[in-house]
Design a protein around this ligand. Structure first.
Ligand code: GLA
Length: 412
C-alpha cells in the first residue's frame, strides 16, 4: 500500500511540473505583424479639435471621409485622440465620457466598420493622458481587453505623466496586453522620440513619433514654455539619420498632417504633403473633413503623390542635395522607378536647371542607383498631373516660394 502511495505522490509531482507550476505561459511582446505594410493612412481629431471630441463629430468625419473621396484615395483610420474618456468604474474598467459619447464606443466602431473604415483610440502609458484623462498605467491588460471588445483597430499610446517608467518596457507591456486581448490592433508609439524608439520600436509597434508635436506653420517654432511645438520644416530637419529604421510594418512618424488647418498657404500645404509622402510617413489628416476647401481636398487625395508614400518597397526618401534654401529629395520606388521632389524653402521663386545626364544618385541603403546617362526615364509631374518629357533633356523649372515640384521617373 505504501509503495502505491509513493508512486501516486510521484505521479502528482510530475503532473504539476508538466502542466501547472512548470509555467507554460510565455508573454508575447511582439506586435501583430502585417497590419501596416505601407504607412497607415487616416484622420485624427487632435490637430484641429484638440479635446473637443464627441460621437456625432466622429460619425460625421467618417461620412465625410467616404463622401469626399478620401476613403477611395486610401485613407482608412478614423482616430479619436485625447479626451474621449470618462471615469473608471469600481472594477477599474474605463468608460467613455457619457455626455460626449452617450451611445458608447462599440456603437461608434460598428458605425465606422459599416462604412469600410477602421476606428482608432488614444491612451497614455502614464497615470494620466496629456489632457488629464485616466491613463493606462496599471490598467494595461484591462484596457487592452476593453479596446478589443469595442472593436478598436488602432491605438495611439502617449507618454505624459510617466515618471519612473522606462519607455521600451512600458510600450512592450501594452503590446503584450494587446496580444493577450487577441484583436489585431495597430500600435502607434507616441513617445516623441525621447528614448530613440526607432532603435527598439520595430517589433513593439507599427509607427513611432520621432519628434515633439507639430505646429500649424511652415517654418517656425512655437514655444509653450515647458515644451516646444515644431513647424513643418523643423520637423523635416529632425528626420535626419532615421531612414534606415523604417520599412514595411514599422515607420518613422513625423506627426500628423496640418494640411487644411489654416496655418499654411496652398503652396505650403502641398510642400508639407509631398515631403510626408517622400518620408514614407503615416498620412494622418488632421483637418475638418466636413468643410474642406477644394485645394485641400485636391492635395489630400492626389493619388499619384499618395502612391509615392504607399510604394510597396517602403523605402524612406532622403535628401540628395541642398543648396541654400533649395533641396532635392529622392525616394526609390518599385520597378526601378524614382520619386524626386524639388523643395524651395525660401519665400521667393527659384529657377533650377537640372541636367539628368550629369547626375548620379546612389542610395546605399536600398542599393539603388539612378544614372540617367545609362537609362532613360520618362518624367511625370505629379502636381500638374501631366508628362514632363524625359531625362535626356535638361529640366528647366521654376519653383515658387515654400513649394515643391514633384516628379515620378519611370524607366523607359
Ligand atoms: C501629446 C501628443 C499629441 C496629442 C496630445 C493629446 O502632446 O504628442 O499628438 O495626442 O498629446 O493630449
Amino acid at each position: 500500500m505504501k509503495r502505491y502511495l509513493n508512486f501516486g505522490v510521484l505521479l502528482f509531482i510530475i503532473c504539476c511540473k508538466g502542466f501547472g507550476q512548470g509555467n507554460n505561459y510565455v508573454q508575447n511582446y511582439n506586435k501583430f505583424e502585417g497590419l501596416a505594410l505601407t504607412p497607415p493612412m487616416g484622420w485624427n481629431s487632435w490637430n484641429r479639435f484638440a479635446c473637443n471630441v464627441d460621437e456625432n463629430m466622429i460619425r460625421e468625419m467618417a461620412d465625410a471621409m467616404v463622401a469626399t473621396g478620401l476613403k477611395d484615395a486610401g485613407y482608412t483610420y478614423i482616430n479619436i485622440d485625447d479626451c474621449w474618456h470618462g471615469d473608471r468604474d469600481s472594477l477599474g474598467f474605463i468608460h467613455p465620457d457619457a455626455k460626449r459619447f452617450p451611445s458608447g464606443i462599440k456603437a461608434l466602431s460598428d458605425y465606422i466598420h459599416a462604412r469600410g473604415l477602421k476606428l482608432g483610440i488614444y491612451s497614455d502609458a502614464g497615470s494620466q493622458t496629456c489632457g488629464g484623462r485616466p491613463g493606462s498605467r496599471g490598467y494595461e491588460f484591462q484596457d487592452a481587453m476593453t479596446y478589443a471588445s469595442w472593436g478598436i483597430d488602432y491605438l495611439k499610446y502617449d507618454w505624459c505623466n510617466t515618471d519612473g517608467l522606462k519607455a521600451e518596457g512600458a510600450y512592450k507591456t501594452i503590446t503584450a496586453a494587446l496580444r493577450r486581448a487577441g484583436r489585431p490592433i495597430v500600435l502607434s508609439i507616441c513617445e516623441w522620440g525621447n528614448d530613440k524608439p526607432w532603435t527598439w520600436g520595430q517589433k513593439v509597434g507599427h509607427l513611432w513619433r520621432t519628434t515633439g508635436d507639430i505646429y500649424d506653420c511652415f517654418d517656425c517654432i512655437k514655444d509653450n514654455g515647458s515644451w516646444k511645438a515644431w513647424g513643418v520644416m523643423q520637423i523635416l530637419d529632425m528626420q535626419e539619420g532615421l531612414r534606415n529604421y523604417a520599412g514595411p510594418g514599422h515607420w518613422n512618424d513625423p506627426d500628423m498632417l496640418e494640411v487644411g488647418n489654416g496655418g499654411l498657404t496652398v503652396n505650403e500645404n502641398r510642400a508639407h504633403f509631398s515631403m510626408w509622402a517622400m518620408l514614407a510617413a503615416p498620412l494622418i489628416a488632421g483637418n475638418d473633413l466636413r468643410n474642406m476647401r477644394p485645394e485641400t481636398k485636391e492635395i489630400l487625395t492626389n493619388k499619384e503623390v499618395i502612391a509615392i508614400n504607399q510604394d510597396p518597397l517602403g523605402i524612406q526618401g532622403f535628401r540628395h542635395l541642398r543648396k541654400d534654401s533649395l533641396e532635392i529629395w529622392m525616394k526609390p520606388l518599385e520597378k526601378n522607378d524614382w520619386a524626386i521632389c524639388f523643395l524651395n524653402r525660401s519665400h521667393s521663386t527659384r529657377q533650377l536647371k537640372f541636367d539628368w545626364q550629369k547626375e548620379v544618385v546612389i542610395d546605399s541603403l536600398s542599393n539603388r542607383v539612378l544614372k540617367a546617362a545609362e537609362n532613360n526615364y520618362k518624367i511625370r509631374d505629379l502636381w500638374l498631373k501631366k508628362e514632363a518629357g524625359d531625362t535626356k533633356k535638361v529640366t528647366d523649372i521654376s519653383i515658387p516660394g515654400h513649394d515643391v515640384i514633384m516628379y515620378r521617373l519611370t524607366r523607359m
